[in-house]
Design a protein around this ligand. Structure first.
Ligand SMILES: [Zn+2]
Length: 268
C-alpha cells in the first residue's frame, strides 16, 4: 500500500537530519512524504531505479535474488539510511529487491531531481557515497554470517535488528518471510522458532513474534549483531558537509588532506 502522508518529519531520517539547511532544502523541494506498508516492493532487482527513498522510521530489507527464485537478505535500511541514492552518481539499475519489512513513512524524490541536487551539493554526493559504503559493509558481514553461523544465531540476529528498527518487542514477521530473508527452508525457521519459544525467549502467534527475553537472544546470537550495530548508526554518518560536530571535524580533516595533495575541494 502506498499513500500520501504529510505528518511525518523528514528530519527523522538521520541523513537528512545531518545535512545543512541549503542541502536539505534542495531535496525537500522535490520530495513527497508517503506511507509504505509491510511487503511493499520499492524496487525489483534488475529494475531501473526511478526514485530515492529516505525512511523516517520502519525498515527495508535488500534481498539478493537467485535465478531459481531463492532470496537472502544482504542488508537493511532504516531511518539511518537511504535507498537508491547512487542514482545521483549515475547508477540506475538495482542489483537487489528492496522490500518493506516494517511499515514506514519515507521522503521520496524522483531520480532525476535527486541527480540535479547531487550535482549541486557536495554534501549530498558525500552522503550518498558514504551510505553506499555502509551498505557494502553490512553485506560483507552478512555474507560471512550466512556462511559460518547457525540458523539459530542468524534468526536471533534478525529478530534483534528488527526490534531495534521498530523500537518494540512485538514484530509482525511470518516464518515464511523470515525464511526468505535468511535464505533457508521454512521448516528450519519453524524448528528454531519453536525451540526458542519452548525456552521462553519468544512467543509466537499468527504472524506475530513477541520477544520475551531480549537479553537471552543477545546471548544466543553471533557477534555479527554487534558488528552491524557499529557500522549502521549515527556515529557512522561522518561525511564532510554533515551538521554534527564530529562530521565537521571529519570535513576539516578531509580538506587538510586535499590541500596537502595540492588540490582544491568545494564542500557545501
Ligand atoms: Zn553471524
Amino acid at each position: 500500500m502506498l499513500c500520501l502522508s504529510s505528518k511525518s518529519d523528514p528530519r527523522k531520517n538521520q541523513i537528512l537530519a545531518n545535512l545543512k539547511d541549503d542541502a536539505f532544502e534542495l531535496l525537500k523541494l522535490h520530495s513527497s512524504i508517503i506511507y509504505l506498508d509491510k511487503g511493499t516492493v520499492i524496487c525489483e532487482a534488475g529494475d531501473k531505479a526511478d526514485h530515492v527513498y529516505f525512511p523516517h522510521d520502519g525498515m527495508v530489507s535488500l534481498l539478493a535474488i537467485m535465478k531459481n527464485g531463492q532470496t537472502v537478505e544482504t542488508s537493511t535500511v532504516g531511518r539511518d539510511g537511504v535507498i537508491g541514492a547512487m542514482v545521483g552518481l549515475g547508477h540506475f539499475i538495482s542489483s537487489v529487491r528492496a522490500i518493506v519489512q516494517l511499515p514506514m513513512n519515507v521522503s521520496r524524490i524522483p531520480a532525476a531531481r535527486f541527480r540535479q541536487a547531487t550535482a549541486k551539493s557536495k554534501a549530498i554526493e558525500w552522503a550518498s557515497i558514504h551510505y553506499n559504503e555502509v551498505l557494502l559493509s553490512q553485506t560483507r558481514i552478512l555474507v560471512a554470517c550466512n556462511t559460518f553461523h547457525s540458523i539459530e544465531k542468524r534468526f536471533c540476529r534478525m529478530l534483534l535488528r528488527s526490534a531495534d528498527y521498530s523500537q518494540g518487542t512485538s514484530l509482525r514477521l511470518t516464518q515464511e518471510f523470515m525464511a526468505q530473508l535468511l535464505g533457508v527452508r521454512r521448516t528450519s525457521v519453524t524448528q528454531v522458532a519453536d525451540r526458542l519459544q519452548r525456552m521462553g525467549f519468544i512467543s509466537l502467534s499468527r504472524g506475530l513474534i513477541h520477544i520475551s527475553n531480549r537479553e537471552a537472544l543477545e546471548t544466543l546470537t553471533c557477534g555479527c549483531y554487534q558488528s552491524l550495530l557499529k557500522i549502521a548508526g549515527p556515529e557512522t554518518l561522518l561525511w564532510p558537509g554533515a551538521v554534527s560536530p564530529m562530521a565537521q571535524a571529519s570535513e576539516m580533516a578531509v580538506q587538510r588532506d586535499v590541500r596537502g595533495l595540492g588540490h582544491e575541494t568545494e564542500v557545501s
